[in-house]
Design a protein around this ligand. Sequence first.
Ligand SMILES: Nc1ncnc2c1ncn2[C@@H]1O[C@H](COP(=O)(O)OP(=O)(O)O)[C@@H](O)[C@H]1O
Ligand SMILES: O=P(O)(O)OC[C@H]1O[C@](O)(COP(=O)(O)O)[C@@H](O)[C@@H]1O
Length: 316
Amino acid sequence: MIVTVTANPSVDRTVEVDALARGTVIRARAAHVDPGGKGVNVSRALAALGHKTRAVLPSGGAEGRQLADLLAADGIELVLVPIRGAVRANVSVVEPDGTVTKLNEPGPYLVPDESAAVAEAVRTAAAQADWVVLAGSLPPGVPEDFYARLAETLRRGGTRVAIDSSGPAFASALTARPHLVKPNREELAEAAGMPVATLGDAVAAAGVLRARGADAVLASLGADGALLVDDGGAVHGEAPVPVPRSTVGAGDALLAGFLAAGGCGARALAEGLAWAAAATGLPGSRMPAPADLDRTAVRLHDTVETGRALRERDPA
Ligand SMILES: Nc1ncnc2c1ncn2[C@@H]1O[C@H](COP(=O)(O)OP(=O)(O)O)[C@@H](O)[C@H]1O
Ligand SMILES: O=P(O)(O)OC[C@H]1O[C@](O)(COP(=O)(O)O)[C@@H](O)[C@@H]1O
């Protein structure tokens, strides 16, 4: 069982427009709504591919009810912690060439009792979990070391912990010695305090994160695939996507596939890459079904091509 924790979930609205122009009225071509938040997406990917998962998240307001309704059909065991504020709504504006502009709200203010209730729900939900995933930003009011403290407690109790966050919440969580962290290229560079322009830079930056406390680093590198750095060394892998549709949630699919395949080693990296490639080929944050996976497209490289320049972020 993989338990996910999303401190700041969202209702994700994706709006398709012909062109984005500031200060004008834009008539959208289409819009759709998905459940959102990084841990929520990890659970969605796991459930879509037949794995047992439980998602812990604060829930309040009309958006909280909407999010629970959207998730009801997904086969995820939900642990909803009531809060007074309303769950946020994030908007992604997609242009025809695939460029995505994201507007992520800060989220509701959580009073100390509400933060404590989420932490308590996680401790209960985590009993007998194979992995606990702590993912996404923290809403206002939740202390910066929220994931760090949870990770420390879970680790002491023998539970494996994976973290996918950013900024101070991520930096502080490293000190809790998580088993796995999943930064994207920007988060890797920010946390390591160095530019990441080549695969060699990514290996070096992952080394910095390991020196700060992470056992293993699964770095997602957009169109350049992903890199796993652990005690066994570094492995790079990629899975080309002929027509990328949307990368929203692709990093979450990568992490979900990696954990579903055991959460360590090259085989898990390959599985994560297959899930991420499939998610990248689907619209919005839709998660792949078994028929969407093509494991034959995955290529692993034991020798990392350190001089290889990383591509600019794909607009899709
Ligand atoms: N253009 C692309 N072509 C192929 N795979 C991609 C592409 N963009 C993303 N991916 C896959 O999705 C994963 C996550 O994407 P990335 O943008 O790095 O993460 P995040 O969504 O967390 O920002 C990558 O590691 C890669 O496996
Ligand atoms: O918690 P954050 O960092 O604001 O991110 C939340 C957003 O990220 C997502 O989980 C998608 O993640 P990615 O685009 O990084 O794959 C959305 O569902 C959600 O709106």
